[in-house]
Design a protein around this ligand. Structure first.
Ligand code: BES
Ligand code: ZN
Ligand code: ZN
Length: 480
């Protein structure tokens, strides 16, 4: 989609359809909308849309009155959603171009970025494998405003949304087409395009590094595992923080020998969404060039019950030297992340964030609206929460007290890979904490937020691309 910036006032914008937020309690009287407002047909309720043809007083052919809710609750996150929902509404009507004018309470650069992001995110459809030629999408989106930095804000919005959509595309790939090796190739290609270093560790290299925990998961599949490493280095390298982004890359999670029930198992192609988010974030980081070095580590495996698969009761030795009793082979995410976290630390990362579709338990706890956030360091937790808030990606801080360790006791190894029935998201996080050790670290359990089972007005069904924007902002806001 073409993104255009303009400094023209709203009246003069010539795009096919002008998207205009309408607030609750503020009767819209422009464009000939007064009678509709009087009749209560246009009330500004959230995501209520009214399309006006031949509106008065504007150059645009149509005005879409877009319900924006209560003005005191309207922020850039609401604006992003509103534009995205408007774009989805309009493309359903075969509209090809739209515009939004920044004004009043929504004139800042964060709103300009949000508008562009909303347009690109709303325009996205996971339809790569549908062969029909009746696909509807918006061809151009204009954001108009008076800010001297409008262009820059729009460019940032485009970079962020394209990175997020890239992650969505990757996450949506079916497991027959996106194997661990293919995921490595996708990362390598992205890195080459955006000036990043990329290294793909194969099974032999991982065996040399003694990544027994990761390799134990991989051994049940005919598809070989890879560990993707992507590096961004700032121009002026100093003695600064080094951010490590670690993402779960299970291209398919059958559960292994502890096999999952058939119902809904197709969704386990999304089990590499955390890894996809890290690759997407690096795509934006390569363009936005933060002041600190950032490295991504994505362990990619397929969790399958092949004849060489690991069994419940197996004991593996992780790269850090800790031994793990594998009680349940379906708790595989933590096993591959354990070695990836250790490797990130060995390569000098001073701060770590991981994202993983790790547990069904986080979905029980938080539903599909908030990612679960766990941390061993309050300052690091607050950095991530602040970035998430600024980007409108909701996360909720969960506990990680020391005595959760008791849940992971094993009679035969240093720890078990599952913690029993209760507190499943917390015990999974605690397991990871054992491998983050003293490094300030945040774990994001995105099992409930990485994909939508049904479309929302502002987003298609399928992968959401969360938390790409939070990760990028975390890196770009970091003071070296
Ligand atoms: N990939 C799943 C978690 C998941 C569940 C992601 C639902 C998305 C939606 C993970 O590998 C898993 O199977 N976790 C188990 C852990 C259990 C065996 C301790 C779970 O949550 O049931
Ligand atoms: Zn699993
Ligand atoms: Zn999994």
């Amino acid at each position: 989609m073409r993104i255009v910036t303009e400094s023209k006032p709203l009246e003069q914008i010539e795009a096919g359809t002008l998207i205009v937020p309408v607030f609750e309690g503020q009767k819209e009287s422009r464009f000939g909308a007064a009678p509709l407002a009087e009749a209560g047909e246009v009330a500004g309720k959230p995501l209520e849309f009214t399309l006006l043809h031949n509106p008065t007083g504007v150059a645009a052919a149509r005005v879409l009155l877009a319900g924006a809710g209560k003005p005191e609750k309207f922020d850039s996150a609401e604006f992003r959603k509103l534009v995205a929902a408007a774009v989805r509404y309009l493309k359903g009507k075969s509209v090809k171009s739209a515009a939004a004018a920044l004004a009043g309470a929504y004139a800042g650069d964060d709103f300009a970025s949000a508008a562009v992001e909303g347009a690109l995110l709303g325009n996205y459809e996971p339809d790569r494998y549908q062969t029909g030629n009746d696909k509807k999408s918006l061809e151009s989106f204009t954001v108009a405003g008076g800010s001297p930095t409008l262009e820059r804000a729009a460019a940032r919005g485009r970079i962020l949304a394209e990175a997020q959509n890239f992650a969505r595309d990757l996450a949506n790939e079916p497991a027959n087409l996106l194997t661990p090796v293919k995921m490595g190739e996708a990362a390598r290609q992205m890195a080459a395009e955006f000036g990043l270093e990329c290294e793909i560790l194969d099974r032999d290299r991982m065996a040399q590094l003694r990544m027994g925990s990761l390799l134990g998961v991989a051994q049940g599949s005919a598809e070989p595992p890879v560990l993707i490493v992507i590096r961004y280095r700032p121009q002026a390298g100093g003695n600064s923080a080094h951010l490590g982004l670690v993402g779960k890359g299970v291209t398919f999670d059958s559960g292994g020998i502890s096999i999952k029930p058939a119902d809904g198992m197709e969704k386990m192609k999304y089990d590499m969404s955390g890894g996809a988010a890290m690759i997407g974030a690096m795509r934006a980081i390569g363009q936005l060039k933060p002041a600190i070095p950032v490295s991504a580590f994505i362990p990619c495996v397929e969790n399958m019950p092949g004849s060489r698969a690991q069994r419940p009761g197996d004991i593996v030795t992780a790269m850090s030297g800790k031994t793990i009793e594998v009680i349940n082979t379906d708790a595989e995410g933590r096993l591959i992340l354990a070695d990836a976290l250790a490797y990130a630390r060995q390569l000098g990362c001073t701060h770590l964030v991981d994202a993983a579709t790790l547990t069904g338990a986080i979905v029980v706890a938080l539903g599909h609206l908030n990612a679960g956030l766990f941390s061993n360091n309050d300052a690091m937790r607050d950095r991530v929460l602040n970035a998430a808030r600024a980007e409108g990606e909701r996360m909720w801080a969960m506990p990680l007290d020391d005595d959760y360790k008791d849940y992971l006791k094993s009679a035969f190894a240093d720890l078990a890979n599952v913690g029993g029935r209760w507190g499943g998201a917390v015990t999974a996080a605690y397991f990871l904490k054992e491998f983050a050790e003293e490094t300030p670290w945040v774990h994001l359990d995105i099992a409930g937020t990485a994909y939508l089972d049904d479309a929302k007005p502002y987003m298609a069904k399928g992968p959401t691309g969360l938390p790409v924007r939070t990760l990028v902002r975390l890196a770009t806001d970091w003071q070296a």
